[in-house]
Ligand binder design. Sequence first.
Ligand code: KG4
Ligand code: ZN
Length: 334
Amino acid sequence: MENQYILAIETSCDETAAAVIKDGTTIISNVVASQIESHKRFGGVVPEIASRHHVEQVTIVIEEALAQAQLQPSELTAVAITEGPGLVGALLIGINAAKAFAWAHQLPIVGVHHIAGHIYANALVQPMEFPLLALVVSGGHTELVYMKEHGHFELIGETRDDAAGEAYDKVARVLNLPYPGGPHIDRLAHEADEAVAFPRVWLEEDSYDFSFSGLKSAVINYKHNMDQRGEEIIAAHVAKGFQDSVVEVLTTKAVRAARAYNVKQVIAAGGVAANKGLRTALEQAFKQEGIPFYVPPLKLCTDNAAMIGAAGAKMYEAGVRGNMMMNGRPGMEL
Ligand code: KG4
Ligand code: ZN
């Protein structure tokens, strides 16, 4: 087979990213322009600002990805683009850039689901083996996904309120930590020798769903009560208490699902999969279960275009094609 080169573009949230992936598994280039500095002072992603940055950056990152790959557009096989879910204005900028590029160079275009991308980040590290369970934990998602084969996604559990990363970011605000708060809470939790006791939310006994808003409220109430008593909270102890609760619930439900679905492989994906506490807990739990567990390197956990290229390559092989009518799909289902 001739070499397959996919140019991938990702603009669903606050990273403008482009990458070139060879044969669905090898990263040739992976460029990410982060906007974090611009959103920091607002304590979260401001959609309007995100769109403006994407407009400024998208052509630059595409050119950079191609330059690093030392490829001409004519050598590409297809263009993969995140179609949804995400911020509609942000998605549209990437989609229009992808359409223009594909049209100008007469290339096929493939629309990719952002979460499929996060899951396929693992294909860039080692072969995916089926049946597989993916724990997807990011700023917008907390999902347990069962995969029987490539391209087949069965949602077996999801959050009923806040996503895990969202809870991290909100609790970080309570603790006056900068945005995005996940890495700061992770660091503080590791420094702590004590933890504040916060609840674990299990929901119904057989449910694979999650709920983190109660935990977030418990942290807010704790701070409020301490303030009223004129006592200082110890941020590290709060961070550890919060993280212990999130990690225990995520790990326990992932293990239960992996057993019930008799999977051959478990993978973690999404920004929160960068969490050291979570990675360690999952590694230990699945070692005990005797089920291979993988999580991609940090750079491939948070938003990037390489993962979109990996998923797009598989979809391209399966015959999936988009067209010039493609639109941003903010609520796209897996
Ligand atoms: O996947 P991602 O880059 O973007 C979305 O698709 O949402 O995930 C971003 C989320 C943020 O909420 C951020 O706080 C969280 O991932 N995050 C972490 C860590 N690194 C990033 N959460 C906990 N621990 C970390 N080390
Ligand atoms: Zn993401």
